[in-house]
Design a protein around this ligand. Structure first.
Ligand SMILES: Cc1cc2nc3c(=O)[nH]c(=O)nc-3n(C[C@H](O)[C@H](O)[C@H](O)COP(=O)(O)OP(=O)(O)OC[C@H]3O[C@@H](n4cnc5c(N)ncnc54)[C@H](O)[C@@H]3O)c2cc1C
Length: 455
């Protein structure tokens, strides 16, 4: 280690973990400060003692275009724990299910509308509208930022069957907001990123999932890297302020009143926690204001243990018409090959859960079971063995109409202070890839700083 500078990373979520890992790999002296007693931020495993299991705080899916996230997984040695099934399942009330391929010719059928009731005319209209959608993603009309995704779909003539079978739930999955309020520009930007990555890698972007819990995927390997490289990880270390003197970082002030000297800082906290940290930075008012305007979107996740299998056809199933109660059902037996002696685990996700977030655990589970009974015949007699509802009122920053252009860059006016986190400006919406990409950019900025002059 011939660089004497001290690099401090604030926040032990994915953005902070990736920053600390990559700085350590580059031979830097690193301290990671996390305000909680654990690492992982919004991606972590959660114990469920009554069923002796360790599910997650919420099911996370991974797109094949998550290049920076894969770089991180390679660094921490867990790349092998991601699988791509190359298919998804659509589920309608009464139990009807359609398997959608996401590879080869089957993928073409999916894009033309996998809806079993789509007429030939619907399919032609879906084909034309999909081509227009792709064109407008890459050549965006000036007013896209003023439209909701739903208004955009209407304008390009996307038929109802294609929306129901693909586009509405894809849009909800990408930006965690219902299409009536999601920004069309956010959706278009992510699709454009996907198209460009598909061209670069010569294969379409598909959706995969972790085959293990999130701590094993993201945290355990990082801890090994930290030990190897001597990274100092401090838990329950709450940072109150980043001190700046003469245009350079001098240290960070902790909640216990101590100051930790630092030569460079990666500030990797979410928009909800940025207040006060950047008071010494000349542009702090603009960043705080953007953080406020970005706001939050709630997600409710439920780890539901049943006494019998639901009879799924795939690892994950989109619930058509389940908006507000369940968007997706993830079958952890298929995903993790788990032992079912203590029940069958289904992870349910409700994005944009503006109503569910205010309900009690009992109300949420009763509502979700009522919906599952409508969609899965096998659920009619099923009993709940254990349920764990995880409400996250500030699951991600919000990507509704009017939020485009607010996200701050990783670079600040102080070269030794960089920002990271899913909410900073990247090619992606509020995702793990956005967190990893922001870390890659933040670390590159610090590694490009001139070496200190030897005295
Ligand atoms: C339920 C749910 C489902 C999701 N599903 C998906 C999905 O399927 N696919 C996908 O790609 N993304 C998904 N996401 C989004 C993804 O989890 C986040 O975008 C990503 O984890 C954010 O990482 P981050 O490092 O930017 O922030 P965080 O994970 O929030 O990390 C920030 C860290 O900073 C710490 N911190 C905050 N303030 C301070 C302070 N003052 N001092 C010290 N430490 C501090 C926090 O404790 C935290 O550990 C989902 C999110 C949720 C909640």
């Amino acid at each position: 280690m011939n660089d004497p500078r001290h690099y401090v990373v604030i926040g032990g979520g994915l953005a902070g973990l990736a920053s600390a890992v990559w700085l350590a790999e580059a031979g830097k002296r690193v301290t990671l400060l996390e305000r909680r007693g654990r690492l992982g931020g919004r991606t972590h495993a959660l114990a469920a003692p009554p069923v002796d299991d360790v599910p997650d705080n919420g099911q996370h899916v991974i797109a094949s275009g998550y290049d920076h996230l894969f770089r991180y997984l390679t660094s921490v040695g867990t790349r092998r724990y991601v699988a791509f099934p190359h298919q998804g399942v659509l589920r309608w009330p009464g139990g009807r299910a359609t398997v959608m391929a996401t590879k080869g010719f089957g993928a073409l059928r999916t894009f033309l509308g996998a809806h079993p009731d789509a007429s030939p005319a619907d399919r032609i209209r879906a084909g034309i509208a999909t081509a227009r959608l792709g064109w407008e993603c890459l050549n965006q009309p000036a007013d896209l930022a003023d439209l909701s995704t739903e208004q955009w779909f209407e304008r390009i003539g996307m038929p109802a069957t294609a929306r129901e079978a693909l586009w509405d739930w894809l849009a909800l999955g990408i930006a965690a907001e219902p299409v009536r309020q999601e920004s069309a520009k956010v959706f278009a930007d992510v699709l454009a990123t996907g198209i460009r990555l598909g061209i670069r890698h010569r294969r379409p972007v598909t959706i995969g999932y972790p085959t293990t819990d999130l701590d094993t995927l993201f945290v355990t390997g990082a801890e090994r890297v930290f030990e190897q490289h001597g990274v100092d990880v401090r838990y329950r270390a709450v940072v109150r302020r980043i001190n700046i003197h003469d245009g350079a970082v001098s240290g960070v002030l902790l909640a216990d009143g101590t100051e930790l000297p630092a030569d460079a800082v990666v500030c990797a906290v979410p928009n909800s926690n940025i207040g006060g940290l950047l008071d010494d930075l000349p542009e702090h008012n603009e960043i705080y204001s953007a953080a406020d305007k970005l706001g939050y979107t709630p997600i409710v996740s439920t780890n539901l243990y049943l006494d019998r299998p639901l009879g799924t056809k795939g690892e994950f199933e989109a619930i058509i018409g389940g908006v507000g109660v369940i968007d997706e059902v993830f079958d952890r037996q298929r995903m993790h090959q788990r032992d079912t002696s203590r029940g069958w685990l289904y992870c349910l996700t409700t994005s944009g859960a503006y109503e569910q977030i205010h309900k009690s655990q009992e109300e949420v589970v009763a509502e979700q079971m009522a919906l599952l009974r409508r969609y899965y015949p096998a659920a009619r007699e099923a009993k709940v063995v254990h349920a764990q509802v995880v409400p996250m009122p500030r699951a991600t920053f919000s990507q509704v109409v009017g939020t485009d252009g607010l996200r701050p860059d990783q670079r600040t006016s102080v070269p030794t202070l960089v920002l990271a986190g899913d909410w900073t400006r990247t090619d992606w919406s509020a995702t793990m890839e956005s967190a990893a990409q922001s870390a890659a950019r933040a670390v590159d900025l610090l590694l490009a700083l001139p070496a200190p002059v030897a005295v």
